[in-house]
Design a protein around this ligand. Structure first.
Ligand code: ARG
Length: 422
């Protein structure tokens, strides 16, 4: 009797071991402490990490041998537009229907996850195409990153989040336009109703919108306060597009959770962000695409002129922000530039003041904290999703290695190995 039960027990154990995957590598980046640890052995059961040990015996299970590699948590891009294409700017954008944009998102989602970005916060999509994309990926219809989505961005009439390309005759108004505190609060409720995970607002003018002044505030303090109150009550965070100094200041004062772009942030803005715990998401790579390739992609001349006054200042202010120790995440505005190039921003983050370790921590753990999901993503720890990426060599000595991630696992499933898509 004893023997039979032992046999059954052993059978059960080997069955369990068979169901688990073991990754071994030379080093693992611990995103919480921003340090490397040697000889990791990560055991994965289904979609999650069950144990992590360092050195010693290799646990039983299907072995994924990443010798020579450094493994890291999957990256998190906190500002993407998966349903937008870098080939369609300015008036060209008017030619795509909502459905066409959604279908394009399928391709972009694939490019993004295969580049090692296993989670994104998608900030602004018309027709709730981002909700559809998120749900289809979660249902396993096709591969893509975990998506945390906003639906249409909220903004004032004629502001950066409105469509100002057409004359009055067309009566074109973007879906996210909401003026006044109550209308804005109602738009928050509407976005939540249709599936938003986060609220995106336009606090100031922008570069790529027609007729807006990039440094000038748009939503008033009282409107933003109402939006934040409504979103926070419903347990959602608020991301504010804000380039201009005063708009940044008032958005932080209103209680938004992140400032997107933050181009003209000054010392007072940085100080207030530190006091309030607000995150800065500064897209310092995209300026290169806009200035070098934007014209051919249809970006308006007035936008190119605005970018010339914005990009370099934003980079100087990025350096100041890094030095100040304010909370920062990696947001890139992908969709303005080609999807899948997201991690090019890391080398710029290093060039403008971060150590490679802090840049990787910013693009993993910090993003997860702003998403309030740091137990599940952005960290390799027991209980977290097995979203794991790897490169050969040590990215702390050469950050540009991360522009060619050769191993991607999401949710315990290997999507790419030795640079080959599975
Ligand atoms: N979507 C942003 C806007 O139109 C892009 C800004 C890009 N420029 C930059 N320097 N980050 O305002």
């Amino acid at each position: 009797m004893m023997r039979i039960s032992t046999t059954i027990f052993l059978f059960f154990i080997s069955f369990l071991c068979g169901a688990q995957t073991v990754i071994v590598a030379d080093a693992m980046f611990d995103s919480k402490t921003a340090t490397l640890k040697s000889q990791p052995r990560i055991v994965i059961e289904e979609s999650k990490i069950s144990t992590i040990t360092f050195g010693g015996a290799i646990p039983d299970g299907t072995l994924v041998d990443l010798s020579g590699h450094t493994i890291m948590p999957g990256f998190i891009d906190m500002h993407t537009h998966l349903t937008s294409s870098h080939t369609e700017h300015g008036y060209r954008r008017l030619a795509s229907s909502t459905a066409r944009s959604a279908l394009r998102g399928v391709k972009h989602a694939r490019q993004t996850v295969l580049a090692g970005v296993t989670s994104v916060r998608n900030l602004g999509a018309s027709g709730f195409t981002d909700v559809a994309l998120r749900d289809a990926i979660n249902d396993g219809d096709f591969i893509g990153p975990r998506m945390f989505v906003s639906g249409p961005s909220l903004g004032i009439t004629g502001g950066h989040c409105d469509n100002n390309l057409l004359s009055y005759d067309f009566k074109a108004i973007s879906e996210g336009v909401a003026d006044g505190p109550w209308e804005a609060a109602k738009a928050v409720r509407r976005n939540i109703k249709y599936g938003a995970d986060v609220i995106k607002i336009c606090a100031t003018g922008g570069v790529l919108s027609k007729g807006t002044k990039v440094g000038v505030q748009q939503y008033s303090l009282i409107e933003m306060q109402r939006i934040v109150e409504e979103a926070h009550r419903r347990d959602l965070t608020v991301a504010a597009h804000a380039h201009g100094t005063q708009g940044i200041y008032e958005a932080i004062k209103a209680g938004v959770d992140s400032i997107e772009h933050a181009s003209f942030i000054d010392e007072q803005g940085i100080k207030l962000a530190k006091e309030k715990g607000t995150y800065l998401s500064m897209d310092i790579y995209v300026t290169e695409f806009i200035l070098n390739e934007g014209k051919a992609a249809g970006i308006l001349e007035e936008s190119l002129a605005k970018e010339r006054k914005t990009g370099s200042l934003q980079r100087d202010n990025f350096r100041k922000a890094v030095q100040s120790g304010v909370n920062m995440v990696m947001g890139t505005d992908s969709g303005v530039y080609p999807h899948g190039h997201n991690l090019k921003q890391l080398s710029r983050m290093v060039k403008f003041g971060m150590t490679p370790a802090i840049a990787i921590q910013t693009a993993t753990y910090n993003g997860a904290k702003l998403l309030r999901k740091e137990d599940q993503i952005g960290q390799l720890r027991p209980g977290a999703y097995a979203d794991i990426v790897a490169v050969q060599g040590n990215p702390l000595s050469d950050i540009s290695l991360l522009e060619n991630i050769d191993f991607v696992m999401k949710n315990g499933e290997v999507l790419k190995q030795n640079g080959k898509v599975l």
